[in-house]
Design a protein around this ligand. Sequence first.
Ligand code: NAD
Ligand code: DAU
Length: 351
Amino acid sequence: MKKSILITGGAGFIGCHVVKLFVSKYPEYKIVNLDALTYAGNLENLKEVEEVPNYFFEKVNIQESEALKAVFEKHKISDVIHLAAESHVDRSITDPLAFVKTNVFGTVNLLNSAKEYWKNNFNQHLFYHISTDEVYGSLHDGSFFLETTPYDPQSPYSASKASSDHFVRAYANTYKMRTVVSNCSNNYGPNHFPEKLIPLCINNIKNNKPLPVYGKGENIRDWLFVKDHARAIDTVFHQGKAGETYNIGGFNEWKNIDIVKLLCQKMDEKLGREAGASEKLITFVTDRAGHDLRYAIDATKIKEELGWEPSLQFEEGIEITIDWYLNNQDWLDHVTSGAYQDYYSELYENR
Ligand code: NAD
Ligand code: DAU
């Protein structure tokens, strides 16, 4: 096998699409999915590859250095694509330390494991770190985030991701490790955990439950279909230049309230409801603390240098997404049972 790639966080939303893409597209690679299976990790996301011979799974927490060492040795890891993280901003507001432990400490642990296993001889190896546009802060004018935009993280989540990005670059500078970082905008699509805006609204519309819109719903996000992000990761992994950063985004900005209304309209049609019925569920609730106003990625560099651009228009992607949720009720039932109910009532019911 040409490469043995460790993909961390492969049981999560974006990770499962990256794993599925790499397993099917590169049968000559060994793909090792390492995941702690937190509330956000779900092996059901990977059913279609679990029997494929080049796919392997290791249930390991990136905070455990001995377990990481054993995985590097067992699978002779040649490259890392690092997605494992605590990823939800609201949870970072209630429990910042969990984000420091996984996103900062866990990432440094992983960097150390790679450095030691590769024995400081980095020529044939790549450490690819997946990051977010949130590290650049909040936009209040019409500008866009460039790769050169100074970091200005505003939430415990984005501060922890910014810190991990800095550590990756510090390992490149100090130890000459070959690293690459990409910073992506908001993803949407199948397998998205329903604590995030789009799947939460789809689930609540379906169940005739209130749609909690923070503040006035004026905040803006730039949405990209998750499989286009997975394609971008494939492109950066194979063609990106070590030491570089690539911004990934859809040039697709939406105010939250407009997204929620679009979902209501599309789901009224699909569920055979009277036009306007689901919009009545919209409920404006207390704003998120320190809520970033706008994110917008300038994805020109990855297009011009590596030839990647989104393949799907938002209208098409959102149809695929809604249909996936409507056709995968079992998946939704499994992830919204138990601990999800406690999380949901604590966060939303008195807001
Ligand atoms: P997710 O929360 O859906 O999945 C995270 C995965 O990491 C889960 O499978 C979880 O079990 C695993 N994990 C968490 N802590 C771990 C630990 N200590 N050890 C091992 N595994 C652990 O997240 P996602 O939305 O798929 O995001 C993946 C990555 O992409 C993250 O690094 C995130 O910061 C980044 N990102 C996400 C978005 C987005 O819109 N979702 C956008 C840009 C960047
Ligand atoms: O920009 C990339 C980031 O996008 C990723 O790094 C994060 O991992 C990912 O979670 C996402 O962060 P956001 O905070 O933008 O996503 P979320 O779906 O939580 O919220 C989207 C917007 O919708 C945001 O402005 C907050 C708002 N919102 C969210 C929820 C969950 C609501 O109005 N109501 C809600 O119930």
